[in-house]
Design a protein around this ligand. Structure first.
Ligand code: KIV
Length: 273
């Protein structure tokens, strides 16, 4: 396996992501939620690790990202931060912790930064959360935006299908992207929108744009670790490329272990004291 090495192994910063965009180096981002996986992903050379609120789905078994709490995100954040040496680490603010009340948004972001030591936070939305973003940024906390399919709004959308296909929604997304840049966000995630729209936004903005299901014209890509490694097996959107089938490997290994225990093959004479 080839391990991508940054040119000098230095910690990735928001500034270095901007430099990567400027020199056309693509940014690799992946989610992680626990110490062991974050250790491996960081050692492999990941640029950005996202403690996504997708933890609600893949770690806690919820149908949506809505139920996960700030305390639960902080728990995942602390676990990941014990592992990471090089990657920039971003933690999602969960649903209900930043919308509507910018003071509460700032308190949530400060709790995440103080208790986990992550490098930045991510929030979903544009104009409607402008006040919260401004307030969080005013405390010196780096903010990553997230537009397009924003899973915390799934009940408004009613479907996980491609967003911003129609002109009106595409225009709002372009406006929101420029707004987030002008407010001071250091990067933007675009989820499940047409590739041409994502490429346009990426070329118009100076901050790095990271896509998921948004084509190859963005400055980087992000996937959910459990999907990319084939741990989740019943989720196969067109944009997902699986790099391993860990789900099958885990089931096969577990079945062999059960068989060996039942047949008294494990432990053998060399596996005891
Ligand atoms: O929560 C998450 O994993 C995310 C990514 C899909 C970008 O927000």
């Amino acid at each position: 396996m080839s391990v991508h090495q940054a040119e000098d192994g230095r910690k990735v910063t928001t500034h270095r992501l901007t430099e990567m965009k400027l020199r056309g180096e693509k940014i690799a981002m992946l989610t992680a939620y626990d110490y062991s996986m974050a250790t491996l992903i960081d050692a492999a050379g990941m640029d950005v690790i996202l403690i996504g609120d997708s933890a609600s789905n893949v770690m806690a078994g919820n149908v949506t990202t809505l139920p996960i709490t700030l305390d639960q995100m902080i728990y995942h954040g602390k676990s990941v931060m014990k592992a990471v040496r090089r990657a920039l680490v971003v933690c999602d603010l969960p649903f209900g912790s930043y919308q509507g009340n910018s003071k509460e948004a700032l308190c949530s972001a400060i709790r995440v930064m103080k208790e986990t030591h992550v490098d930045a936070i991510k929030v979903e939305g544009g104009r409607e959360i402008e006040e919260s973003i401004t307030r969080i940024l005013s405390a010196g906390i780096p903010v990553m935006g997230h537009l397009g399919l924003t899973p915390q709004s799934i009940n408004k959308f009613g479907t996980y299908s491609v967003r911003a296909k129609e002109e009106e929604e595409a225009n709002k997304l372009i406006e929101d992207a420029h707004l987030l840049e002008s407010l001071g966000c250091f990067a933007l995630v675009l989820e499940k929108i047409p590739a041409s729209l994502a490429a346009r936004v990426s070329s118009e903005l100076t901050i790095p744009v990271i896509g998921i299901g948004a084509g190859g014209g963005t400055d980087g890509q992000v996937l959910v670790m459990h999907d990319m490694l084939g741990i989740t097996q019943d989720f196969s959107p067109r944009f997902l490329r699986r790099y391993a089938s860990l789900g099958s490997l885990i089931k096969e290994a577990t079945a062999r272990y059960i068989e060996d225990v039942k047949s008294s093959d494990f432990p053998n004479i060399n596996e005891q004291y």
